[in-house]
Design a binder for this molecule. Sequence first.
Ligand code: PLP
Length: 391
Amino acid sequence: MAEFSDRANAIQPTGVRKMFDLAGQDAIHLGLGEPDFQPPSVAIDAFHEAMKAGHNKYTTTAGLHALREAIAGIWQQYEPNLTADSVCMTMSGTNALLTTYLAFLSEGDNILIPDPCFPLYGPHAVISGAEPRFYPCTFENEFVPTVEDLEALVDDRTKAVVFNFPSNPTGATITPRERDELLEFARRNDLWVITDEVYDRIIYDRPHVSFLGAGYDNVVMVQSFSKTFAMTGWRMGYILSPNAEVVKQMTKLQYYITACSTDAMQYGVLAAIQRAPDYPSEMRDAFRRRRDLICERLNGMPGVSCHVPEGAFYVFPKVAVPGWSSVDIALEILKDGVVCSPGSAFGAAGEGHLRFAYTIDVEKISEAMDIVEGVLTRIKHLPPPEQSAAF
Ligand SMILES: Cc1ncc(COP(=O)(O)O)c(C=O)c1O
């Protein structure tokens, strides 16, 4: 058979997806990062109306002007000079991320990526011909990187650094002082900053801290409506930068990747922004109740310690069962009917953790936590697997 490319051979399905595929029909799902809400009904209606009105065509690559203007308006609180021209619509945050990498990375370059992280960050670097270099975000440091760890990875082929707050998988956020130190690091090393802020509206106890408007122009924000308006299946996102040259380059590339975003759906998203602006906060309040419950339950279990996350809808507890890897533990929990993700699915530094996405109602979370507690209590007394399961 003819051969596949090195880049196709080099990447593997993620551990999150593998757990999902192994789950039985009745399993309780705390695996995938997908809100259990539907998009606001005004958005669904507007999408429908737009199709009926004939918006079923190609749009400009950057997308609907009114939508880009509305998006710029949202972010002007951080960066007042943003305009519609600061935004290019994409078909998801995933698409925005890959386009951004392709704009900044040449063959042989490297890019700094958090560990643990959203599992696409590393493979996207490989697809772009670059080397992913992982900086640790440790439990002990509340999952915030240190500048020393970042500095240690930089060389003359380091082009960009990815930051993701609130974080998937840890739920970590940062303070303005920590953000400023990270930007200072980027400035000193002349790096592009790619800031993934797709969870900016799911934040609990303090205002969101953005990398926009903090005095550094070589910054690109990757965004998505998947989490903000529960539109995972719509595949709508965007790239935003205060730097006009950056948006121009990205829009040029985006043309060759998807030509444009979906026509009618852009009207649906615009309706959500304009007519359901409080929808994300309502979802966030529901997530807060779940977060409080799941953290309390996890922290009461043997060998488990869990920070109470300040953002996103994930908890990333340390789960210590001597001799058992995070994959072994996740598989054992799965046998009893609960899907979670092994920490190692998010990078080497995730080993020793599990990720639970609290995207189900509190009754189901309680039921799932009873099961998890039962499994952890049981396996403590069992000999560890002779050979750890590999993912
Ligand atoms: C941190 C982070 N960035 C980006 C995305 C991509 O979102 P989407 O491709 O659904 O827009 C996700 C999805 O889980 C995520 O967790």
